[in-house]
Write a protein that binds this ligand. Structure first.
Ligand code: GDP
Ligand code: IMO
Ligand code: MG
Length: 420
């Protein structure tokens, strides 16, 4: 069996949660491989809505295994809250969620350092979700971190105190008021709660699933343009959001990767700072935000909005070897007379298809225009009901990207999905 991977190709919030939930009925295992509670993955089904931050989006499927891989960073407080919410919906969450012992823990002081560091950056802040993601990955690569497996060891408290004191020393460099102990008891209680879950050696577990005939769906968080290497650094997150991240974050060989599903919205959004070439600052941008309900699932912040960006998509497809595309939220464009798509950029007076290295470069998109379809797509049940203008729009995208669009999502609900 293989690991198929679902990846956001833009700046996150493409609709990964919805699609993973849709696909999860054909995968016995769904696995998160990077990121942490900076993610907010929304699921709509049977008139209910649920936002997941740490738990994989297969959790509402009966009999599913929802694996949290070594590449993920976990805040026990958020994890506990989330699991209790899922359990309240009658889902046996402790049976369905499995934790890798090598996943790192987000301490309360990681969150404080995140806040202090962002505050110190002033105008050049990243716009972090302030969940402690950057500081936790820093401790991981700096070889100071605490892992899930450590919570079962006798000297855990000693190591926790040592790391906390280290953080307090670091915080001396900031002019930032904090109380390191404020959430400590709650955090320790949540750590205890985590002990009720199955904790495994992740690489053996995932390879065991594959060898035992269980296909794995790897659920990416964030998006390719937020990748720590390939995104618009430093306006990125701190993990590998591309396909290679699934190998590292689960302990599987690249040879075991099967399909790579690349998800994109029919337009673009971004939360937080950093370049966004096709961003709209006018009424059209406002309309996209309104129609698409573009407000963060984790922080509630309004998302920046703009037209579809093909050079950025091509780049993301190249880096991850995307085999199939999934287009989300085209219904948001239902009322638009004209729809634009960026096909190249003008950078320093030269036309290019490449995403520039310099995040401060002035990039002017070159657009192709399409006539809007002006039809309610949310009720469309099959491909032959799709308006001709819409078919032209997706044909153009497929031809430009040279990858087929296999799924079209036309509404937030599980049912509003067309598989081609
Ligand atoms: P994720 O982080 O990639 O899982 O995406 P989010 O959940 O943060 O944001 C996607 C938002 O769009 C959520 O509110 C979804 O319920 C919603 N959504 C997903 N697919 C569609 C769609 O096809 N049409 C519309 N209108 N909304 C969608
Ligand atoms: P999902 O999985 C959209 C953005 C933040 C900020 C930058 C760094 O729901 O698509 P961090 O908290 O990681 O230090 O923030 O990355 N960001 C996201 N934007 N969707 C997400 O996740 C995001 N996770 C982080 O807004 O600009
Ligand atoms: Mg999201």
């Amino acid at each position: 069996m293989k690991v198929d991977v679902v990846l956001g190709l833009q700046w996150g919030d493409e609709g990964k949660g919805k699609i993973v939930d849709v696909l999860a009925n054909t995968y016995p295992v769904v696995a998160r491989f990077q990121g942490g509670p900076n993610a907010g993955h929304s699921l709509h089904f049977e008139g209910k809505k649920f936002v997941l931050h740490t738990v994989p989006s297969g959790v509402f499927r009966e009999g599913s295994i929802n694996f949290i891989g070594n590449g993920v960073v976990i805040d026990p407080i958020i994890f506990k809250e989330e699991c209790e919410g899922i359990e309240a919906m009658g889902v046996p969450v402790k049976e369905r969620v499995v934790l890798a012992d090598r996943a790192h823990l987000i301490l309360p002081t990681h969150r404080i350092i995140d806040a202090a560091s962002e505050a110190a950056k002033g105008k050049s802040k990243i716009g972090s979700t302030l969940k402690g993601i950057g500081p936790t990955y820093m401790d991981k690569t700096g070889r100071n971190g605490l892992r899930i497996g450590d919570i079962l060891t006798p000297n855990f408290m000693e190591r926790f105190e040592a790391l906390k004191n280290r953080h307090k020393d670091m915080l001396k460099q900031y002019d930032f008021e904090y109380n390191a102990e404020e959430r400590e008891q709650e955090w320790l209680d949540a750590v205890n709660y985590m002990k009720q879950f199955t904790i495994v050696d992740g690489a053996y577990a995932v390879n065991g699933y594959l060898n035992g005939g269980k296909a794995v769906l790897a659920e990416g968080a964030q998006g390719s343009m937020l990748d720590v290497d390939f995104g618009s650094y430093p306006f990125v997150t701190s993990s590998s959001t591309t396909c290679a991240g699934a190998c590292i974050g689960l302990g599987v060989s690249p040879r075991n990767i099967g399909n790579v599903y690349g998800i994109f919205k029919a337009y673009c959004t971004r939360v937080g700072s950093g370049p966004f070439p096709t961003e709209l600052f006018d009424e059209t941008g406002e309309e996209l935000r309104k129609q698409g309900f573009e407000f963060g699932a984790t922080t509630g912040r309004p998302r920046r909005t703009g037209w579809l960006d093909l050079p950025a998509l091509k780049y993301a497809i190249m880096v991850s070897g995307v085999t199939e595309l999934i287009m989300m939220k085209a219904d948001v464009l239902d009322t638009f007379d004209t729809i634009k798509v960026a096909t190249s950029y003008m950078v320093n007076g030269k036309e290019t298809q490449q995403v520039p290295y310099d995040v401060y470069a002035e990039v002017t998109p070159v657009y192709t225009e399409f006539k809007g379809w002006k039809k309610d797509l949310t009720k469309v049940k099959s491909e032959d009901e799709l308006p001709v203008e819409f078919k032209e729009y997706i044909k153009f995208i497929e031809d430009s990207l040279q990858v087929p669009i296999k799924i079209i999502s036309l509404g937030p609900d599980r049912e509003q999905t067309i598989v081609r």
